[in-house]
Every structure is written in structure tokens, then in C-alpha cells.
Ligand binder design. Structure first.
Ligand SMILES: C[S@@+](CC[C@H](N)C(=O)[O-])C[C@H]1O[C@@H](n2cnc3c(N)ncnc32)[C@H](O)[C@@H]1O
Length: 449
């Protein structure tokens, strides 16, 4: 890997003659570190290999994107430093949490797991294609109390004034910490790139601050080493918002303190954390945690303007079809709020009057589709709900299932809808008709093993 000369000079200068060369050496010749988290919402998996210190669900190692564990949402691949961000946010069950820059969903899946799927997580991504990937990853995770929005921070701030207990800004950044993992990123680096990113980060943080409840916490993280985007961003926040204070972060082995001297010298900046590849077994990161004091900040009221699709309650007939399906197939599933978009039935946690003001990538749990006097369940429902009527399939049958094939089973079960399970993993819906399983694995997710 060839680093730009200006990059090398900058960090040799910042880190000094002893640390500087060790940093450059680790970044250019060290191996990128792989890891994964297990999904606490699906339990039943406790690997015996290498745990990541400080992350109860985190492990070192690689998981294939085509493995049963990954495809059914039992694990999420995430490198070890990135896992520490969710631990620092530390959301609690029942809280209202915003992940403002959320795609592809590494931190969001971590946050909703730590919340034990209680409360509300709004996972937002500004770019539509990335919002779709975020929605798919969260669907696979099998959480109920999540809304995926596709908005700019400026739009969200108008809908959610002083709304969230915790906000994570995992900011778009110059990505220097990922050079080892994604060397293609090096080509975008110029000496001015960190300052350009910092400009965008200040805009995002300005919106985030308007959405934070008094007493709430803001976590800001980047995957870059650039002081302009790290300590200097926190120094700017503290100067701009006198009601904010830095919350110390518990350090795991190998984590470094933030460097006050790389900003305005404020000693509180030493309570932020840095991940350097010559010290920590993971990629480059920076995390800061801040708390807003109890004084409410002024917010402007705004007229409700509908931007997304109209939110409608199910008709009496639709409600009856759902009730019958629920009683027979997912009796323990308790929806928060049933709404219909066209023929699609959703269970939403975010209040419908707020949803209707937003561009939404996934309003909540997609429960299914109304089709001429019948209800067809959606993939998301199979992952989130417990279904007493499940049908166990083996690994060969699972391979046929994810490929989209129809297959036969030997069973005494009556015809009808089943959640297919393979080694206890919920795989999706199948419809049993005289020993043949009709395949309802979503077309867009199918693949060959
Ligand atoms: C570091 S990534 C987030 C990674 C994610 N938190 C995870 O753990 O999977 C930053 C995200 O911010 C988004 N982004 C880019 N420009 C933005 C803007 N102006 N406002 C908000 N988000 C933005 C990017 O598309 C990207 O998905």
C-alpha cells in the first residue's frame, strides 16, 4: 500500500520521531482486523473463539456473507474498533435513539440489540440506495422497534426537535482509518480533504444538536486520524454549545486518549478516545461522548407537512385477515401500531403523524400483503416473530430455499404457512402443499451457495 507523501509527513510530524514511524508501519504493512457481533435478540449463539474486550457480543474472526448465521441475522460482520462505538453510546431499553448516519447498519444493529428491542431506534441514511441496504440489514436483524428513514439531517431536525435521549453521529469522514481495510480510499485523500469533511460534519452536528433532549447524550465517531475531524470537531462543539460537556470513555487495552494539543489544548479532549493501528487490534477510529445539560434549547415549531405516503389504519376486513393469521401463526407477536401503505401491512413504533412527514425506507416491521381476501406474510415477520408452527429444514434444503427453489419434505404437518427453521435459525416463510414447500424467500435476496 502506497500512502501519499503529504499524509506520511503530516503524521510523522504530529506523532513525533518514535510513534510516527510505528504508526506508518502498522498502517502500511499490518493486517486489517476482522470481527463480528452476535445478535442478542436471537440468543442461542456463543462462539468460543476470541472475544473483543469490552464488547459482550463481539468476536475477532471472519464470517461469510453466505453463511446461515449471517443470512438469518444471527451475526453482523464488523471490525473490532467500530464495535466500541455502540458500547460508548450504551443505549438502554425503552430509550429513543437516533443513528443519524446509519448505513450500512453496523452501529444500528448493535444499538437495537443493546436496547433489547425496547424503545425506538430511528436509523437514518441520506442516500436512497444506502438506505435500502440499511433497511435490509436491519430487517435481517429481526428487530421490531426500528424505523429506517432516508432524509437529510436538516429535514430530520424539523420533525424531531429535542426528541432523542441519545444520538449517534458516525460521521462521513476522510476514512484514513480504513486505508488498511479499503486501500481504494487512499486515492480520494488530499491534504485538504479532512477540512472539507469537517465542514460537512459541522452541518450534521448542528442538526443533531437540535434533536437532542436536554440531558441527552451525543456520541460522535469517525474512522479517521485527522485532528480536523476529531479533537478539533469536539473543540468546535464545546465552543458552540456551552451546555455540552465531555463524558469520559472507559478505555480498553490499546485505546489511546484523545490529544488536546491537536486542537485548542482543552484538557477535556483527553477523555475522547483514539484507535491507532500500532496500539489497538483494529482499524483507525475516534470516539467522543458528550452530554447536554438539563437546560432546553430553543426550538422552532413548524407546520406538519406530509412528505411520505399517507398513513392509513387497516380496514375492518384487513384487520380481520391479520387477526386470523396472527392467531394461527404468530400468536405471541404484539404489534405497536398497525398501518397500511397500499396493500402492505406494517407494524410501526414511530408515531404515524411523524412518519408521514418523512421519506421512509422501512416504516417498521413489514408484516405482509393483503391479496384478495387473504393475507400473505412478509419475510420480516418470519425473522422477528416466534412461530410455534415452524418447519425444520436441513442445510441442503436451506441451500435450495435461498436459491428460490421449491423442494419436498417428509412431514406429517398439515398444509399451510410455516416459518422454515434450519438449526433453529428462522429462514423465512414457506407454504407446505402436500409435502412440497412453495418458496417465499424474497426474490431480491436469493443467491446460490
Ligand atoms: C461512516 S458511514 C456510517 C457507517 C454506519 N454508521 C455503520 O456503522 O454501518 C457515514 C454515513 O454517512 C452518510 N452521509 C454522507 N453525507 C451525509 C450527510 N451530509 N448527512 C448525513 N449523512 C451523510 C454516508 O452515506 C454514510 O452512509
Amino acid at each position: 500500500m502506497q500512502l501519499p507523501a503529504a499524509f506520511i509527513d503530516k503524521y510523522l510530524d504530529l506523532l513525533g520521531p518514535t510513534e510516527g514511524p510505528a504508526f506508518i508501519e502498522a498502517l502500511t504493512t499490518g493486517q486489517a482486523q476482522a470481527g463480528y457481533r452476535v445478535n442478542p435478540l436471537h440468543a442461542a449463539l456463543s462462539p468460543d473463539d476470541n472475544p473483543v474486550p469490552g464488547v459482550a457480543t463481539g468476536y475477532f474472526g471472519k464470517v461469510s456473507g453466505k453463511s446461515l448465521d449471517h443470512v438469518t441475522g444471527w451475526v453482523y460482520s464488523q471490525e473490532p474498533s467500530a464495535m466500541q462505538v455502540g458500547e460508548v453510546v450504551d443505549p438502554q431499553p425503552g430509550e429513543t435513539v437516533l443513528d443519524l448516519c446509519a448505513a450500512p447498519g453496523g452501529k444500528s444493529t448493535h444499538l437495537i440489540g443493546k436496547m433489547a428491542d425496547q424503545g425506538l431506534l430511528v436509523a437514518n441514511e441520506i442516500f436512497p440506495k444506502r438506505a435500502k441496504i440499511l433497511a435490509e440489514n436491519l430487517e435481517r436483524w429481526g428487530a421490531q422497534h426500528v424505523a429506517v428513514t432516508n432524509e437529510s439531517p436538516e429535514t430530520l431536525e424539523k420533525v424531531f426537535p429535542q426528541f432523542f435521549d441519545r444520538i449517534l453521529v458516525d460521521a462521513p469522514c476522510s476514512g484514513e482509518g480504513m486505508f488498511r481495510k479499503e486501500p481504494d480510499g487512499i486515492q480520494y485523500w488530499t491534504p485538504n480533504y479532512p477540512a472539507e469533511c469537517a465542514n460537512r460534519q459541522r452541518h450534521i452536528l448542528t442538526s443533531a444538536m437540535k434533536m437532542l433532549k436536554p440531558g441527552g447524550t451525543l456520541v460522535y465517531s469517525t474512522c479517521t486520524f485527522a485532528p480536523e475531524e476529531d479533537e478539533q470537531m469536539i473543540a468546535w462543539l464545546l465552543a458552540e454549545y456551552p451546555d455540552l460537556s465531555v463524558v469520559p470513555i472507559a478505555k480498553q487495552p490499546g485505546m489511546d486518549e484523545g490529544r488536546p494539543a491537536w486542537a485548542d489544548g482543552n484538557p477535556a479532549l483527553a477523555q475522547t478516545v483514539r484507535f491507532f493501528p500500532h496500539h489497538y487490534d483494529g482499524e483507525g477510529h475516534f470516539i467522543a461522548k458528550l452530554q447536554l445539560s438539563g437546560t432546553p434549547m430553543p426550538t422552532k415549531k413548524r407546520k406538519k407537512k406530509q412528505r411520505g405516503s399517507a398513513v392509513v389504519k387497516p380496514s375492518r376486513e384487513q384487520q380481520a385477515l391479520w387477526d386470523r393469521f396472527k392467531t394461527e401463526h404468530v400468536p405471541t407477536y404484539t404489534p405497536t401500531n398497525l398501518v397500511v401503505f397500499g396493500d402492505e401491512l406494517y407494524d410501526v413504533t414511530l408515531a404515524p403523524e411523524l412518519l408521514s412527514q418523512l421519506k421512509v425506507a422501512q416504516a417498521g416491521v413489514h408484516l405482509g400483503t393483503f391479496k384478495k381476501k387473504r393475507f400473505e406474510p412478509a419475510f420480516a415477520l418470519a425473522l422477528v416473530a416466534n412461530a410455534p408452527q415452524s418447519l425444520a429444514i436441513n442445510h441442503d434444503q436451506w441451500a435450495q430455499y435461498v436459491h428460490g427453489d421449491t423442494f419436498t419434505v417428509t412431514t406429517d404437518c398439515p398444509n399451510g404457512w410455516y416459518v422454515l427453521t434450519c438449526d433453529q435459525h428462522h429462514c423465512g416463510w414457506g407454504k407446505l402443499v402436500n409435502g412440497t414447500v412453495k418458496n417465499f424467500y424474497p426474490k431480491g435476496l436469493r443467491f446460490a451457495l
